[in-house]
Design a protein around this ligand. Structure first.
Ligand SMILES: C[S@@+](CC[C@H](N)C(=O)[O-])C[C@H]1O[C@@H](n2cnc3c(N)ncnc32)[C@H](O)[C@@H]1O
Length: 170
């Protein structure tokens, strides 16, 4: 079996990149987490869900002062031109990636940054059932109250059990 593409490896050498977007997705507009992406069909583990281009912001960009926009950015390793030194910048995701909500224990989508092609590749971490929300992990420091918090506080065993099944890739 061939391994799933987790980077934008399908890029050709002529300055083009094949984009991929899994088709059977829907954007629910009124979940407890705001808008959220759900699948209308089963998705097999390893399926590429989306390849989203990113926009790297300059550290002094005024856009970063907007908390609202900041919540849609990811840390991005940036190689400084002259020195080649890698520093962290913020990048806005210009694709479906901006719509994935966070889940601590039930994340089912992983992502891989591709700094050379300026894209993020989102991939199913496990088999996903029709009707499930597609969630990633934002990490442990959230800037908002997790809408799932009560669920896991009331049943910590559920969280432990689920966490042991998830492969974190970022
Ligand atoms: C990248 S956006 C995701 C899309 C967003 N739900 C929307 O409607 O545009 C990140 C924002 O979604 C919300 N969000 C994501 N995961 C959440 C969670 N687990 N609990 C509550 N809010 C969440 C927060 O408001 C967060 O700042």
């Amino acid at each position: 079996m061939t391994s799933p593409a987790t980077t934008a490896e399908s890029a050709s050498n002529d300055g083009q990149l094949s984009l991929k977007r899994f088709s059977n997705l829907t954007l629910k507009l009124d979940t407890p987490k705001g808008r959220g992406v759900f699948s209308t069909v089963d998705i097999a583990r390893g399926t590429v869900i989306d390849i989203s281009p990113v926009l790297i912001l300059e550290p002094e960009d005024k856009a970063l002062e907007s908390k609202q926009l900041y919540n849609y950015t990811y840390n991005w390793p940036y190689s400084e031109g002259e020195t080649g030194k890698t520093t962290m910048r913020q990048a806005v995701i210009l694709g479906l990636g901006s719509m994935f909500n966070h889940s601590n224990f039930a994340q089912n989508v992983g992502f891989t940054r591709d700094p050379s092609k300026l894209v993020i590749v989102y991939t199913a971490l496990r088999d996903i059932k029709a009707g499930e929300e597609l969630c990633i992990s934002y990490g442990s420091r959230l800037a908002f109250r997790d809408a799932d918090e009560d669920k896991y506080l009331s049943d910590p065993e559920e969280g432990n059990d689920l966490l042991s099944k998830i492969e974190l890739d970022d």
